[in-house]
Design a protein around this ligand. Structure first.
Ligand code: AMP
Ligand code: FE
Ligand code: FE
Ligand code: ZN
Length: 284
């Protein structure tokens, strides 16, 4: 396996990244990565274009997704690698989530439109046909309409969950999420589990339960995890025998996160690849 950096979390325009899957691969090659995972929110639609773009570059593409789950009031993200993208259960749940996200975005926009110059067409103009809609697309529409300066500003104000316009959407529980990823032959990693500041929706007990369901690892090295949170996660990983991953959560120009800013070891990637049987790592 390559000794170049391994980045297991990146988004394309299939969800809320700003680059097409092919552009994401180009950026990964330019960043000198040995392997990159394409992990769009609730979608595997970028896989083929990503693999096609990687052909002949020497970059390995790990096909994946970032499954939305709900745990009480918190939105908890679950990375699923090497799943069978035609698994009926996974296809049905991701379709239901994407549909829920679409209607939820419509509800958010309807509320914002009462107070600001924004309509649905503005948001659609910022998204990709068939892609997974999220608040970042609404943020981009707010920027385009001159209401906020950046995605960051939008999330700090109007789109914040306390901003007065927030709406939830359907998602399975984290336990269901791990079960579905594992049933689809995939490898489940809990994404940025300490990214909510002082509030930790995931507890030792809940992570233990996810481990019992076959959770593979914890995304410890991620810029949104607090330093305290990382120390806690290392202990939890040890306690339940979970692997440790690191990744950038690259969103192109949509976030400051840069490819390769956090990485996963070749040893952990090798274990992940050995465990995943729903699809294969693509060696481009
Ligand atoms: P949603 O999935 O629609 O609830 O929106 C959450 C998504 O917005 C996450 O996947 C992040 O990628 C993105 N996001 C959250 N906070 C920010 C921020 N401050 N700046 C840019 N993007 C953000
Ligand atoms: Fe995102
Ligand atoms: Fe996430
Ligand atoms: Zn992500």
């Amino acid at each position: 396996m390559s000794s170049r950096p391994i980045d297991l979390h990146a988004h394309s325009s299939v969800s809320d990244g700003t680059e097409t899957p092919a552009q994401l691969i180009g950026a990964a090659v330019a960043a000198g990565l040995g392997a990159v995972a394409i992990t769009d929110h609730d979608s595997t639609a970028g896989w083929d274009a990503a693999c096609a773009a990687a052909t002949g570059t020497g970059l390995t593409v790990i096909p994946g997704l970032e499954l939305s789950t709900n745990f009480g009031p918190a939105s908890v993200h679950m990375l699923g690698y090497l799943v069978d993208r035609f698994d009926p259960q996974l296809m049905a749940v991701t379709e239901r989530i994407r549909d829920g996200r679409l209607h939820r975005a419509e509800r958010i926009v309807a509320k914002i439109a009462v107070d600001y110059d924004l309509d649905w067409a503005d948001v659609i103009a910022q998204s990709t046909d068939g892609g997974t809609l999220g608040r970042p697309h609404i943020a981009d529409a707010l920027v385009a309409n001159g209401i906020v300066a950046s995605r960051e500003d939008a999330f700090g104000s109007i789109l914040n969950w306390r901003g007065g316009y927030y709406e939830k959407y359907y998602a399975p529980s984290p336990v269901e999420g791990v079960r579905m990823i594992v049933a689809a032959g995939g490898v489940a990693v809990l994404a940025h589990p300490a990214s909510h500041g002082k509030y930790r929706p995931m507890t030792d007990a809940v992570i233990g339960q996810l481990a019992d369901e076959g959770l593979f690892g914890l995304e410890v090295n991620h810029r949104d995890n607090t330093e305290d949170g990382k120390r806690w996660l290392l202990k939890v990983a040890k306690k339940f025998g979970l692997e440790i991953t690191g990744a950038s959560d690259y969103h192109g120009a949509g976030k400051p996160n840069r490819l390769g800013e956090n990485t996963t070891t070749p040893e952990v990637l090798a274990k992940l690849v050995a465990r995943g049987i729903g699809s294969i790592a693509y060696r481009g």
